[in-house]
Write a protein that binds this ligand. Sequence first.
Ligand code: CO
Length: 202
Amino acid sequence: MNPAARMLLANKSWVQEKLSQDPGYFQRFAPGQSPEFLWIGCSDSRIPPNEITVTSAGELFIHRNIANLVIADDLNVQSVLQYAVLVLQVPHVIVCGHHGCGGVRAAMSRETSGPLDTWLDNIRAVGERHADELAAITDEGERWDRLVELNVRAQIEQLANSEVIRTAWARGPRPRLHGWVYGLDDGVLRELVTVERPVAGD
Ligand code: CO
């Protein structure tokens, strides 16, 4: 059986299993969604957001792209942000990078071309802002992981300065911003940075 046909078959048995455990399972999703988190993560196939956070359908509103970037003029991520934050009013936005990120590595290697190369310029800009710190790290793997972390922090800054988040913070305390990094080799999520609405007067 071809892999796509196998997936459709697996879906049928999954539906049967869900219904046997809970006959109303699918009907409960019909009225709408009210997720607690917007998850902005890397497209990497080894990092399934619901699986690593042990969350279920309806809990995460998800956007993924190469190297989990939040770019001001990217209509895709900005419209996801707008809908999740201003319409669904998620209390938390998570940017999750991961050690061993191929996108970050490709940005360091400068061996890409086409749209991907333009996309990765955003990571190169982060690297240039921290050039001295990165140059001081002699181990290439450690330098790679450090750029992954700096990249997550940069995306949290981009979020905090975005029109959508500023609009939300003018209305109330939501959302809280979280920068995390996932360890591909140990499965552990680590907190890097948390940002809340600035206190009035700051
Ligand atoms: Co990645």
